[in-house]
Design a protein around this ligand. Structure first.
Ligand code: BMA
Length: 326
């Protein structure tokens, strides 16, 4: 057996030994668990807060527009939903104009004892990203709209680099394939120094488009970033998850992008639902035991969770990589 084969088998073997071990009682949250009328529960962000887990999830109301609900858990798998949505479209000012069609796909980043939330704000002007902040997951303060239209999937890094905040973002224009970009800011409000970091790879599982997923987290060998990639088939798009590693001191430097996906729609509730064949990740929670809990929306209808070995994900980026840009 070659050493390369050894590495491969250590990283990933078969469907019976996958990169992400699905929680046995998936889905972990469904519309039936929500005490107000919703038709979906998906694309949720989870963080640890005061020894518990908080989930901010997206839910479609019965008018087709999305709000953000909140749920809490002791173990990261059993969540109970609070009686009212946590973030609904603003009813006055600039945010009201840009959130009129709904708020979607939150990501949470803990930094400086605050929890920052980036979310998609939809309106007749298009979709752009808004930034909000909370200290207690009760009160929430909107800070700024931090992109123009045609931007989704913004995740913040949880520290500054040379004094600047850094985010991964995903502009969607007409010319270049939809890719993962990076921008930086002195104050979280004004962003620039944008550059393209990782592009979809032609004739690959993510050839149609990619976008940031979970808030990146630090490992001893780099920032681990779980992203989504999309392949267009004769039967519609398939959303899968991939993983990339960024240098600890400079996240613009990509150390590896795993060639294979780490999760694809397999379970019945991932293959059918509101939008079939979708696994879409907005958060990952690293644990002290070397595992990471990964959360994904399944078929834009329910929430699922699984665990993975952090070392195995890092190995996959470094040992079975592909070029970030072509
Ligand atoms: C993307 C976003 C996500 C959604 C996904 C699959 O473009 O709209 O919110 O989960 O499509 O439908």
């Amino acid at each position: 057996m070659s050493s390369n084969h050894d590495q491969t088998s250590m990283i990933r073997t078969s469907k019976s030994d996958p990169m992400i071990h699905r929680y046995a009682k998936n889905p972990i949250l469904t519309p039936d668990d929500v005490p107000y009328p919703v038709s979906t529960v998906h694309n949720a962000a989870v963080v640890q807060y005061e020894g518990r887990y908080i989930m901010l999830f997206r839910a479609h109301l019965h008018n087709g527009r999305s709000v953000i609900g909140i749920a809490e858990s002791d173990d990261g798998f059993h969540f109970s939903v609070r009686s009212r949505p946590w973030l609904t479209p603003a009813d006055e000012g600039e945010f009201a104009e840009y959130e009129a069609f709904g708020v979607e796909d939150p990501r949470i980043c803990r930094m400086d004892d605050a929890y920052y939330i980036t979310y998609s704000a939809y309106s007749s002007h298009g979709v752009r990203i808004a930034l909000a902040k909370t200290h207690d997951f009760i009160n929430v303060e909107r800070i700024a709209l931090i992109t123009e239209a045609d931007m989704r999937n913004v995740v913040l890094f949880p520290r500054r680099f040379d004094g600047r905040y850094v985010r991964l973002d995903r502009p969607h224009g007409d010319i270049a394939p939809w890719s993962i970009w990076m921008s930086s800011s002195p104050d979280l409000i004004h962003w620039g120094e944008s550059r393209r970091l990782i592009a979809p790879m032609p004739y690959h599982w993510d050839e149609m488009k990619i976008g940031p997923g979970a808030t990146p987290f630090a490992t001893s060998r780099g920032w681990l970033s779980i992203y989504h990639g999309v392949f267009e088939t004769m039967n519609g798009a398939v959303y899968r998850l991939g993983v990339a590693l960024h240098a600890l001191d400079d996240p613009a430097r990509i150390l590896g992008v795993a060639d294979d996906w780490i999760l694809e729609p397999e379970a019945p509730w991932e293959r059918s639902g509101y939008v079939p064949n979708v696994v879409f990740c907005c958060s990952a929670v690293p644990e002290d035991d070397g595992t990471v809990k990964i959360y994904w929306g399944a078929a834009d209808t329910v929430m699922c969770a699984g665990t993975a070995s952090i070392e195995a994900l890092v190995d996959m980026c470094l040992q079975r990589g592909r070029p970030p840009l072509l």
